[in-house]
Design a protein around this ligand. Structure first.
Ligand code: HEC
Length: 239
């Protein structure tokens, strides 16, 4: 008897199940369906889950010297937050003021700069904006998690370990790792004989001159004459 009861229950429930058109079509009215969608799609926290995930991926990308991937995630973070604002307009003011209006473009430019130190500065700037908005939105407790403890690597230390000097080069004072070229100071008559450039102090363009291979990447800044085919190409100054 008990067996039959269970069988009947199973059969009827499977009939009921067969009638179902699915969780989104079952409600009778459009309003009720949209209500389900709205609940399912969540509010600002789903935006922030994605943002957090992608921000971690930005750290990974920069660590692998892949700034294109960092930029990709950064643009997706912008899109995610814009969608988040549609869902929760009350978050818009701080999201715009602290991230979208200015900081976003500055960080994007830093990732696009081609200079690892500048890119990591951008990363730290972004992190500061994230954490500031959490405090402004009264969810400061979000800042105490491993994601926000991932910092820029100590580029200066790793540069020294490679035999380089951590210098600020040019008028923009861009920090860079200046590792001397192996052939620094070698006699040359053209840059294709050097790791860097073939340079001399001969100011006069077109005059025959002996060249020397440049010392290091940072030596690309300053005033010098490039030598090609044993001839000075005239003095240039690189800021
Ligand atoms: C509008 C300001 C604002 C900005 C800008 C912002 N957040 Fe948030 N974040 C919040 C709020 C608010 C929450 C809490 C979510 C909620 O209450 O719905 C949150 C929650 C989070 C969470 C936890 C999400 C979860 O539910 O697990 C993470 C991770 C996070 N943010 C990462 C970031 C990162 C990374 C950035 C910067 C790229 C960032 N946030 C920028 C406001 C912001």
């Amino acid at each position: 008897m008990r067996f039959f009861l269970i069988l009947i229950t199973l059969l009827t429930s499977s009939f009921i199940h067969a009638d179902s058109r699915g969780w989104l079509l079952d409600p009778k009215t459009e309003d009720a369906r949209f209500e389900r969608l709205q609940t399912y799609l969540g509010g600002f926290s789903s935006t922030m889950m994605e943002t957090g995930q992608r921000f971690g991926s930005i750290h990974d990308a920069l660590s692998r010297d892949n700034p294109e991937l960092a930029r990709y995630h950064w643009s997706k973070i912008r899109q995610a937050i814009e969608v988040g604002i549609i869902k929760r307009p009350a978050r818009a003011a701080n999201a715009k003021a602290m991230l979208l209006d200015n900081t976003w473009a500055q960080v994007d430019a830093a990732f696009a700069s081609g200079n690892p130190a500048t890119a990591w500065q951008g990363y730290e700037q972004a992190k500061g904006a994230c954490m500031a908005c959490h405090i402004a939105e009264k969810v400061g407790f979000m800042n105490s998690q491993p994601l926000f403890e991932r910092t820029a690597p100590d580029l200066a230390a790793s540069c020294k370990a490679q035999g380089g000097k951590w210098v600020k080069a040019g008028r923009a004072q861009t920090p860079m790792c200046d590792i001397p070229y192996n052939d620094a100071g070698k006699a040359c008559s053209d840059s294709d004989q050097c790791q860097g450039s073939c340079v001399s102090s001969e100011r006069q363009r077109g005059k025959k001159t002996k060249g020397q291979c440049s010392a290091s990447p940072a030596a690309a800044f300053g005033c010098y004459a490039l030598v090609s085919k044993g001839v000075s190409r005239g003095m240039i100054c690189v800021d």
